[in-house]
Ligand binder design. Structure first.
Ligand code: COA
Ligand code: AMP
Length: 632
């Protein structure tokens, strides 16, 4: 029997008492006397009078409690042929070294530090070093282009940047340092210090005065102790930029206290992981999943985390995940459905899974995009463990809905991430803000306040936060996801209500891509939509109308447009399809019919919009996508 219903009811009956009790799992400098201050911030703040330090909770207290020699971090890098294990004591020493360097370079509490790194242990060390001294880290995913990095540099105005000379993709070495230099050139704000980890695959040239060799600097200060700085629970731990509805990303702010409380609760009750066990989130520290479940949550409870610099397939094969499970006795794996689809494509019979001892693995968790029932069923059958979908967002930092393994698994319904977690009062409203009955699709909203760990605001943008999330449905946070609740209270997440698409578990704004396409000198107007993709879930597809008089070959311009998105947003956008058309289908009031274009490209039945200006425009789109082999 699952204890879920009892625990959710206990939260509902006394939310403040529930979170104060959960807060006992954390070591506080000053423990909270109150859980929530409804009058503070944009919708209230958690643990308003508490004082704490996240790095202390992730490291020092475990060392003090006898875990000094327990592995804290396992690094496995098939792309470089490297493996390493850091104990809690060793990880603490490395974190103190980076903290020392930052302090010596003048970084103080409240300063921002951008971390732009591949999946290597130093990325986590850098994040924890910032947490230790109260600097606010902002990690930027390595697959973004220099101009995206520049936008983040200007918004966060970092004192320092921590990076590596290169990242390694299976197909190529990605030089990070030139990307950073270009970004700093493009940005108005100029960080004073850049710490560069020189990797043997490609050394970077350092700029004297500004750049420091990270490894050499760490060796030089090894042994120097840096006490964790006492911080208000409400002080920011990090800013993580995520796609908004324009090219300007949203700086999601995370606090220290509430974040620790919710994450520690989730490790035990949602993921069912005990201290000392090995937990592997096969994501990247550039995403929220990486922040919460590669870095902070496993370390907060004294578990062992895994940093994997490789892919689910091709490094070297589709057995990579199962090899890791056997080698490190992994208790639970957390990945995105797209990674499983990649494995399934290469090894449909799941033969490679049979080559390894997976007896340590109790659960497979999925998130980041809709978990399609076929993939879930395949994984259940091939792996023989519960496959648990859960739904969350960068904004929330942990699951809004899930199947709480630690409280006892609820029956799995394929296609549903199960039920709301304590802290989240989830409702489905129509566009006018009225509750809709069970089974009916609507806007998924969360009644305020949001629980601990959810964003209190956007960086330097309280008004944008209110406009984007709180204004449309008064008293609620708008998730911008659409879905329904069934008669058993199970949630189903169906689509976004904004322009966000989800490509290989990566969140991207089609509006942002349209801004980039529109900047091409030959483009008059454009529309980017997400079309169904068997591997990546969705793939972006851009339709462009050229300016009158442009007579260059269309194929040439389309190639330039693909290159332009890669150059301005980055390879992560996976933008491969630009299609020139004579005009875009529009309503009589001039609104581009993106939804209808998507239906055509996906080969779905098209409902002719009543307000369409000229139905013939749809036939032109149909012909254009058919010429590319799309549209069914
Ligand atoms: N630095 C630089 N480039 C990167 C990068 C990084 N950290 N991560 C990805 N890229 C590049 C890739 O090399 C690829 O470039 P290409 O166009 O030259 O091939 C491009 O960005 C797109 O990457 P991706 O969408 O990840 O596709 P892929 O073909 O490399 O791999 C999967 C496909 C399915 C195996 C892969 O997407 C995957 O494992 N996804 C998991 C998703 C995930 O973890 N999401 C986090 C939320 S839980
Ligand atoms: P991100 O902020 O990158 O984590 O992306 C969040 C978005 O991804 C959500 O708003 C959803 O649209 C989608 N998403 C994440 N997890 C799931 C899931 N389990 N099921 C359906 N959609 C999901």
């Amino acid at each position: 029997m699952s204890r879920y219903a009892e625990v959710y009811a206990a939260w509902k009956a006394d939310p403040q008492g529930f979170w104060l009790e959960a807060a006992r799992a954390i070591d506080w400098v000053e423990p909270p006397t109150a859980a929530f201050d409804a009058g503070a911030g944009t919708y209230g703040r958690w643990f308003p009078d508490a004082v704490c330090n996240t790095a202390h909770n992730c490291l020092d207290r475990h060392v003090a409690a006898g875990r000094a020699d327990q592995p804290a971090l396992i690094y496995d890098s098939p792309v470089t042929g490297t493996k390493a294990v850091y104990t809690y004591a060793e990880l603490l020493a490395k974190v103190e070294a980076i903290a020392t360097i930052l302090i010596d370079r003048g970084v103080v509490k409240g300063d921002r530090v951008i971390v732009y790194m591949p999946m290597i242990p130093e990325a986590l060390m850098a994040m924890l070093a910032c947490a230790r001294i109260g600097a606010i880290h902002s990690v930027v995913f390595g697959g973004f282009a220099a101009s995206e990095l520049a936008v983040r540099i200007d918004d966060a105005a970092p004192t320092a940047v921590i990076t590596a000379s290169c990242g390694i993709e299976p197909s190529r070495v990605v030089p990070y340092k030139p990307l950073l230099d270009t970004a700093i050139e493009l940005a108005r704000h100029k960080p004073a210090t850049c710490l560069i980890l020189q990797r043997p695959q490609l050394a970077a040239e350092l700029i004297p005065g500004r750049d420091l060799d990270l490894a050499a600097a760490m060796a030089a200060v090894a042994g120097r102790r840096v006490p964790p700085v006492p911080l208000a629970a409400t002080d920011p731990l990090y800013i993580l930029y995520t796609s908004g509805t324009t090219g300007q990303p949203k700086g999601v702010v995370r606090d220290n206290g509430g974040h620790m409380v919710a994450l520690a609760w989730s490790m035990t009750n949602h993921y069912g992981i005990a201290p000392g066990e090995v937990f592997w989130a096969a994501s990247d520290v550039g995403w929220v999943v990486g922040h919460s479940y590669i870095v902070y949550a496993p370390l907060l409870i004294g578990a062992t985390t895994v940093v994997y610099e490789g892919k689910p397939v091709g490094t070297p094969d589709a057995g990579a995940f199962w090899r890791m499970v056997e080698e490190y006795r992994i208790a639970a794996l957390f990945t995105a459905p797209t990674a499983l689809r990649a494995v399934k494509k290469e090894d449909p019979e799941g033969r490679l899974a049979l080559d390894y001892d997976r007896s340590s693995m109790r659960t497979l968790f999925l998130a980041g995009e809709r978990a399609d029932p076929d993939t879930v069923k395949w994984a259940e059958e091939k792996l023989g463990v519960p496959v648990v979908d859960h739904w969350w967002q960068t904004e929330t930092g942990w699951a809004i809905a899930g199947n709480p393994v630690g409280l006892g698994l609820l029956p799995v319904k394929h296609g549903s991430p199960t039920v709301p977690m304590p802290g989240y009062a989830v409702e489905i409203l129509d566009d006018a803000g009225h509750a809709v009955p069970a089974g009916k699709l609507g806007n998924i909203v969360i009644r305020l306040p949001l629980p601990p760990a959810c964003l209190p605001t956007l960086w330097n943008a309280d008004d944008r936060f209110r406009r984007a999330y709180l204004e449309e449905f008064s008293g609620y946070y708008k998730t911008a996801d659409a879905g329904f609740v069934d008669d058993d209270g199970y949630l189903f997440i169906m689509s976004r209500t904004d322009d966000i698409i989800n490509v290989a578990g990566h969140r991207l704004s089609t509006g942002g891509m349209e801004e980039v396409l529109a900047g091409h000198p030959d483009v008059a107007e454009c529309a980017v939509i997400g079309i169904a993709d068997a591997l990546k879930g969705q793939a972006p597809c851009g339709f462009v109308v050229l300016k009158a008089g442009v007579d260059r070959p269309r194929a040439e311009i389309e190639k330039e447009l693909v290159a332009r998105i890669r150059d301005k947003i980055g390879p992560v956008a996976a933008f491969k399809l630009a299609i020139t058309v004579e005009r875009l289908p529009k309503t009589r009031s001039g609104k581009i019919l993106r939804g209808t274009m998507r239906q055509i490209a996906d080969g779905e039945t098209v409902r002719m919009p009543a307000t369409i200006d000229d139905p013939a425009a749809l036939e032109e789109i149909r012909a254009a996508v058919a010429a590319r082999g799309l549209g069914g």
